[in-house]
Design a protein around this ligand. Structure first.
Ligand code: ATP
Length: 444
């Protein structure tokens, strides 16, 4: 008898709390169950989808997960019920469970374009409940849980919508058994792994302090995560890293991390709090340094102006401190509302496109040597000393030393957030154009 297979996409989010659990860990356990119980055949690595880093409800990195597989059609309805029950049990075991608002979305068949639209919005903006509910109702064979509203539905639906084409990377996540204890990963083995996979894994070690960056700090089940450009390289890393505590297992996720996907083009006048993106324009105010070390300047494009800030820790404030009115700049980041100032784009990355190395000033009077005064819009210059006048626009160019240069400025590795693209990845983007079944070992 021919078995008919159906494609299934499961999105999940908010299965963690600040005191335990992790959405990727729940997805890891669920993936194993789906393979063992229902013969699920994965059509992609599990997707770890990072969403808008400016959203205040996030526990850590605003991550959601999508699992994509095929399974016998006859088992689908039983499997849907199992997925919901399994994930509900996972959250019920979490400490301080009331803080979580889990969401589960199950799509039978290839997700419709509404999901992709939702992903792009959830990556770059705030998504209100009605947009999610409308998309879920209008998108074909979709089941969601809970049936009423839960905030986790935003991330769950958005994760399902992270569909090609897109740039992507991979992350190997190793899960520990004892979540209460301090993480035990051999420091020297991480240094070796970093050396042997250089250029293909990133952000393993802080080059300044030597601190290992692959181990998170919270009480969650992630022992460590290695980020890289190919799954094969992550398997190599797995063989080099020595962990010195019992582990539950590991999985390789495909992800939008370190792709700058949230850096969409925006206009200065229209960017709002909780949006991410980049504006390109001209510096139009002198930088000021605020108490606490943040630096603030105004940047204007043809639509209007917006304040841009950078913080001391990101080191980008050193760049902003040295810009001048007239510099041509691109700033990417997340917008927040600052009391007394309004919308402020907090810089994650700065590109200084043009840094003039001159200033202009009125020339001196050829008769008495005093500096000439401009006569306003009509043009022309006048000497207030001797009355000399000249028509037209005349300026003198004066060379000035600048403390910054044109170029791309990024924060140091220790300040990197999940979506931000590290220098190593520039020019090495991986465009994924269609889903492909995992071609390496990916879960254990
Ligand atoms: P972890 O990384 O451990 O999974 P987290 O930082 O991802 O934790 P969550 O616990 O998932 O944080 O909380 C983020 C919440 O915000 C989720 O409920 C998610 O659905 C919701 N959310 C994510 N992006 C947006 C958005 N753009 N607009 C509105 N809500 C959002």
């Amino acid at each position: 008898m021919n078995v008919v297979f159906t494609e299934v996409h499961v999105g999940i989010d908010d299965l963690d709390s600040p005191s335990g659990g992790c959405t990727t860990h729940a997805a890891y356990r669920l993936a194993k169950e789906l393979i063992n119980r229902y013969g699920a055949r994965f059509i992609d690595y599990p997707n770890l989808v990072r969403l808008n880093p400016a959203i205040p409800f996030k526990t850590r990195g605003n991550g959601a997960v999508a699992l994509r597989f095929t399974m016998p059609e006859s088992e689908f309805s039983k499997a849907s019920g199992f997925i919901i029950e399994f994930l509900t049990n996972y959250t019920e075991e979490l400490p301080h469970r009331p803080e979580t608002e889990p969401g589960i979305v199950i799509v039978k068949g290839r997700p419709k374009k509404e999901f992709r639209t939702l992903y792009l919005k959830a990556l770059t903006d705030y998504v209100p409940p009605d947009i999610v509910m409308d998309a879920l109702r209008e998108s074909g064979d979709v089941t969601w849980h809970p049936s009423g509203w839960s905030r986790g539905l935003v991330g769950a639906a958005a994760a399902v919508g992270w569909l090609p084409p897109h740039d992507h990377t991979y992350e190997l996540l190793i899960y520990r058994l004892n979540c209460g204890s301090e993480r035990c990963v051999d420091h020297d083995s991480v240094i070796t792994m970093d050396k042997e996979t250089r250029g293909e894994t990133f952000l393993n070690i802080d080059p300044e302090s030597g601190r290992v960056l692959i181990t998170p700090g919270g009480p969650d089940p992630v022992l460590c995560g290695v980020r890289g450009s190919r799954p094969e390289v992550l398997l190599k890393a797995l063989n080099i890293i020595k962990v010195c505590e019992p582990i539950e297992g590991w999985a390789i996720f495909r992800t939008n991390q370190h792709t700058d996907a949230h850096h969409v083009v925006r206009e200065a006048s229209s960017i709002r709090a909780f949006q991410t993106g980049c504006i390109s324009g001209t510096v139009s105010s002198k930088p000021i340094t605020l108490e606490g070390g943040a630096t603030l300047v105004k940047v204007c494009d043809s639509s209007g102006c917006v304040h841009v800030a950078s913080f001391r820790e990101s080191r980008l404030s050193i760049v902003l401190q040295h810009v001048r009115v007239g510099d041509v700049i691109k700033v990417c980041g997340s917008a927040k509302f600052w009391e007394g100032i309004g919308t402020v784009l907090q810089a994650e990355k700065i590109v200084l496109r043009y840094v003039p190395r001159y200033v202009t000033r009125n020339p001196r009077c050829p008769v008495c040597g005093r500096r000439l005064k401009s006569l306003g819009r009509s043009g022309g210059l006048k000497c207030v000393g001797c009355g000399f006048r000249v028509a037209g626009r005349w300026v003198e160019y004066v060379t000035v030393e600048r403390d910054v240069e044109e170029g791309l400025y990024l924060p140091p590795p220790k300040s990197f957030k999940h979506l931000m693209k590290p220098l190593d990845r520039y020019g090495h983007e991986h465009l994924c154009t269609e889903l492909k079944a995992p071609w390496t070992e990916w879960i254990r």
